[in-house]
Design a binder for this molecule. Sequence first.
Ligand SMILES: [Zn+2]
Length: 440
Amino acid sequence: MAEGGGARHLLAEHGHDPEAVAGGLAAMDEAQRERILAELHGAAGNQFVGQVVALLPVAQAGTTKKHGGKGGKGGKGGKASGPLGSKSAAVAFHAEAQAKVAKVIRKGLLSKQAQLRNSCEWIEKGLCELVVLTPTHDASERAAAMEAPGAEAVFDLSKLYPDSGGSYPEVAAAGDAGVGLYPPGFEGWMMGGRLTIIVRPGMDAERIEGIIMHEVQHQADQHEQGGPGHAVVDAYQDETNSYRSEFRAYWIGDGGPGQKHDVFGSPDEPATNFTISALDEKGEVVDRPTNLANQRQQRILAHLVASYPWVATTYVADAAFREMVDGFSLPVGVNVVSSVRIQALTDAIGVLQPDVTSTARERSAVVDRTRELDDVDREFLRDRAQARPFWDHARAHLPHEECVKLQRGIDRETMGDFRGGRPARDPAPAPDEGGGPRSA
Ligand SMILES: [Zn+2]
């Protein structure tokens, strides 16, 4: 899940009115509703989501599968508590889940797979926070007691990785700071620099790896307003940025094409294309045939259409958005490999200004960060098409000849006398300065 594109859309449409938002959610299918509700937590807060969930019809508020087959089909609304029959069992499971995630990260740091290794390093170096949550033993009853019937109570929001442990009060109280209330079925999201993972019995290490890779990319792509990965477009800006961020996160979230858990297929196979249908503003069904390039792009788009209602409605409504989606055939981004080193380099570049002389410290920061890049980072940045937003960022902050030196540094050549900002050796006076006759 990205940082709130769908939720922002819903809030823009309905305002912060829980009843209207619940009405909007009730019209969606279960998968869509879950994703939007997850985003809504970051966009509007826990309490608001609690109010919204309370207003959803019980069957819709969400008994979801994903828990694996055990314990029946998760009865409607009432008792979806699952196998964590007592508080001590729930607390013990919580510790196990934290240990499991910590082990995934420890192993991931040593993985040969760069995407996983980098994503784990991202967490380990503290570029995002991480909290691992698990259900309370009385998850649905507690949620109801906390005025969010239909939600699931999870804990412990106060224990950020690498801290472990955690508990919750015997008796539910409205202000329990460590207890979160989410619709059952949520597994992971990245909001405000914090990665949240909800672990339930049966969630395996591979799933945790997938969540980590997907969600870290949402932050590494710097797609939020003001970030170098944020696209500025005439209309549907939120949708454009959310679409691209999800596209990248799904592209790399299964480990990438050809990897062990590849679910979206190959970028080398042609797309077969399909038709996207949605209601237009007059309430009439409009069909739009896609014009995609490759299989992997197509499967990710199909997944996003099924997951986020705004993808189909925007695709149908807006020719520019359609063109963007059709043309976005590869995961173009600032830092698609989720590298802490590329993040550090974009930060170091970001403080420079082309028309201001850089300090020695600023210049050496760029040179040092460039030197620290590993082979995967360099390979990614050498692909000027896939890393175009990185190079746009560099061009916005550096004069042309300094950009060329940066390219050389990335290509493992010397960066020479990298000057950072204003490159002029002897700043020539502007023609209208000085007045007097000018010597050659
Ligand atoms: Zn996502």
